[in-house]
Design a protein around this ligand. Sequence first.
Ligand SMILES: Nc1ncnc2c1ncn2[C@@H]1O[C@H](COP(=O)(O)OP(=O)(O)O)[C@@H](O)[C@H]1O
Ligand SMILES: O=C(CO)[C@H](O)[C@H](O)COP(=O)(O)O
Length: 513
Amino acid sequence: MKSLKPGREEMQLEFGRVVQLQILHSHVVQNRDLLGFGPLPVQNERAPGHSGSRKLLVSRNDQLHKTACKPRLIMAFASNKESGIQVGDRLYLGMDFGTSGARYALIDKQGIIQSEGKREYPVFMSEEKMDWARSWRTVLFSLLEDVPVHLRPLVASISIDGTSATTIIVDSNTGDPLWRPFLYNESFPDALPMVKSIAPANHTVCSGSSTLCKLVSWWNIEESNKKSALLLHQADWLLWLLHGKLGVSDYNNALKVGYDPASDSYPPWLLSQPYSQLLPSVMAPGTSIGNLKEDIKTQFGFQEDCIVCAGTTDSIAAFLAARATQPGKAVTSLGSTLAIKLLSTMRIEDARFGVYSHRLDDKWLVGGASNTGGAVLKQFFTDEQLQKLSEHINPMKASPLDYYPLKSVGERFPVADPNMVPSLHPRPESDVEYLHGILESIARIEAKGYNLLKDLGATQAEEVFTAGGGAKNEKWTKIRERVLGLPVSRAMQTEAAYGAALLALKGAQKNSY
Ligand SMILES: Nc1ncnc2c1ncn2[C@@H]1O[C@H](COP(=O)(O)OP(=O)(O)O)[C@@H](O)[C@H]1O
Ligand SMILES: O=C(CO)[C@H](O)[C@H](O)COP(=O)(O)O
């Protein structure tokens, strides 16, 4: 295999499109105890990818997309020889399926990144709607293809994080989607009365965007095929494509369908419902589910013993990546959305405000996810414009502009209101002032979120690490420090894919690699 050297290389892909591999120098992170936050409770289709020939062997229903666009490779990185991989070393692969694109991170047992890459989601339309399942599946195998061929035999384990409450109802025999996926921020208020009638008051599922509301709404559709149906989350379904065991989830993804991570079980009020037969089994994130499927190992050159581990949600993976280990430490994911996670000794649940708690070891990640965030910025500014305009912002000066930046109607947290309308006017002449106003308004929502958690009894936040695309904006970090009144910094690792790789490492260690 041609060794990838730092610099720029071009690869002629089978589709005749040339993508450029930006080969960057090795990232080296401090050799820290990556897993210092204690033992995490580790509670079909023909794969494409003969990377030598760059031949994409696709299943029958993807044959069409041989001519369609391949997911655009945004960045790929392979280590150079100084990264110190020794003979016998193993590597751990994490993949993050975020809102605007997917990434992978390949790390060694010290947490040094040996390779990473990003892909945009390709657009496949089916009956005039985006075919998200096909797009995610295509990117999954494209990311596997982007892992340098010479590193694949070293991969010991794989894990995936996805957007929370993104729900796919599949055929329990074939795993094929029976319905379009319901995305993380879609709300189904039609199901809310039924859900509120069975669940405890203010339970996490009592929100229109909860997985349970999506399941009940689908269940109430006349023509839905209820007999051989199974509910999976985005990460579960993508992992199934790799391990082939249908019906397995993790207790982070399963939280919003009603799983109770404290008792490690579905509650009786849920199991007594007719649709409970659709619920997946649940494992602790990072638990080994099974071996990577034979055909994928053969086609991509992964080892016989490569295992696939239960995943998590994207903002939990971002928290893991930040390696915040003490109560009071918090991570704000500034991606397309704003998700906050505060490590607390106290579990807080209150759907009135969109507040819920994920389990992390013997502590709780209290927080919520707002619909504000980078997706709103993207409507007005490219990443380059954000960078250029931010240079002219004085972060120590408060913006007089007061917006509620949303991309569309509906808010989940810290106000749970499916009818909340975006507020982004008046727009000043100056784009610098407008951006300043939006960044400051998002910071105010973040501050409202942390204050709400404190008022509800969570451990008070004392330091905030930042993950996601917004973490690179130092002016925004300063604005947020001023508005939150807390120390705010960029996390050591800002990509959720790194957190998913830590889960894979954890799973492999449990399997004692
Ligand atoms: N310099 C910047 N300042 C603020 N936001 C930024 C900057 N660069 C990128 N972003 C935002 O980051 C977001 C993408 O972050 P990312 O973590 O990749 O999102 P996701 O994982 O939710 O798809 C985009 O919505 C973009 O607007
Ligand atoms: O906004 C989102 C997509 O990026 C998700 O809702 C986010 O993952 C928050 O959910 P959770 O707290 O369950 O991880």
